[in-house]
Design a protein around this ligand. Structure first.
Ligand SMILES: [Zn+2]
Ligand SMILES: [Zn+2]
Length: 370
């Protein structure tokens, strides 16, 4: 892996402006539209700029993190090439040096339960997380103020010690991580008392999460850089927030539509009426047509959940349930009996099955056919 500074042709103490200028000059020259066949070089330049233009990544790179500018688990030893060199005594390839103490913080997954209303309109939710933040005492240096990190006296900063083993094939020299410094090549004689030399401390922190309208249970968002600070003041990880929508006592959600059931008196269903109902958009008029049946659905367009990507909202679908009047007094009973008589329903006729090919009609056909 070539050095990012060399790739851009700048000195190691180049300013952000110098880096930007150097990159622009090279990018213009190497852009695939201008110089076909130089894609690899273009990619290398872009990657170098990506690392060096980000102060955090650059700092990490300067401290000996990986070429990606992060010092994740892959930056340590134990990679394939190290294994190869262990067996064959190295040779070829630039020495990689000991791994950096500075590591990127872990990502974390947070489950957040939100009310249905927040899913409909979006909003913010405050949550408390326990996470690691930069140690104020040592500012991530890991050492007690006034002291400093020292080169490991055992491995002289290489992080590796050689072991000679006798095998059937003769003597074999292997490299192993230095136990004295855990392979870092450096030791901390006086670890910071606040963080015990970790460069970070645990802290409870309140996060305000902006919730986009339309989210559903299982949806995730990423809060970039809001996770724990890494070892030795390494860059923070990310927090992923997974939403869980609380069940609502009136409304249920199917896709971006909201569903609810409204009970209406039999007289209102028969005569038609306009009834106020409570929705997330305040009181709305539910217009019931004369002769409405139990189980019928009235659609209130645009009163559902906001579409997560794009414009507009789902609908509110109101299912009617017609309540048959009970506990009739004498006068009411008389009126209903009169109505039944007028409608020729004094001796009611049952009608069974509601479609021509319902279960009953099929049954009838089968008996008739035999
Ligand atoms: Zn500290
Ligand atoms: Zn050592």
């Amino acid at each position: 892996m070539s050095d990012h500074y060399e790739t851009l042709g700048v000195s190691r103490d180049a300013t952000a402006d110098e880096i930007k200028k150097a990159y622009r000059k090279l990018a213009r020259k190497l852009h695939p539209d201008v110089s076909p066949g130089k894609e690899d070089e273009f990619k290398r330049v872009s990657h170098a700029y990506d690392v060096l233009s980000d102060p955090e990544k650059r700092r990490n790179y300067d401290l000996g993190g990986s070429a990606n500018g992060t010092a994740g688990p892959g930056a340590g030893f134990g990679g394939f090439s190290d294994l190869f060199e262990t067996f064959f005594g190295g040779g070829g390839g630039a020495p990689s040096g000991p791994p950096s103490r500075t590591q990127r913080g872990q990502d974390a997954l947070l489950h957040v339960r939100i009310p249905l209303r927040t899913a409909v309109f979006g909003g913010t939710e405050k949550v408390t997380v326990e996470t690691a933040v930069l140690c104020e005492t040592c500012r991530g240096e890991c050492t007690e103020p006034g002291t400093s990190i020292e080169t490991c006296p055992l491995c002289h900063g290489t992080g590796q010690v050689q072991r000679v083993a006798r095998t059937l094939l003769g003597q074999m020299v292997t490299n192993a991580p230095c136990n004295h410094c855990q392979g870092f090549g450096t030791v901390i004689p006086s670890p910071c008392h606040s963080c015990q030399g970790e460069g970070r401390v645990r802290q409870r922190r309140e996060l305000s999460i902006r919730i986009p309208a339309g989210v559903d249970s299982g949806n995730r968002i990423r809060l970039s850089g809001q996770g724990e600070v890494g070892m030795a003041g390494g860059p923070p990880g990310d927090i992923y927030v997974e939403f869980d929508i609380e069940p609502h006592e009136v409304f249920s959600r199917k896709g971006d539509d909201l569903h609810c059931t409204v009970t209406v008196p039999m007289t209102a269903a028969a005569l038609g009426a306009s009834m106020p109902i409570e929705t997330f958009d305040g009181e709305q008029a539910l217009d019931i047509e004369a002769g409405a049946q139990s189980g019928e659905t009235i659609v209130l367009p645009g009163l559902g959940v906001t579409h997560l990507r794009g414009q507009g909202r789902g609908d509110l679908k109101v299912r009617l349930q017609v309540a048959t009047p009970g506990k009739l007094d004498g006068k009411q009973r008389e009126l209903l009996e009169k109505l039944a008589e007028l409608r020729g329903e004094a001796v009611p006729q049952a009608s069974m099955g509601n479609t021509a090919r319902g279960p009953f009609s099929r049954l009838r056909e089968r008996f008739a056919g035999r």
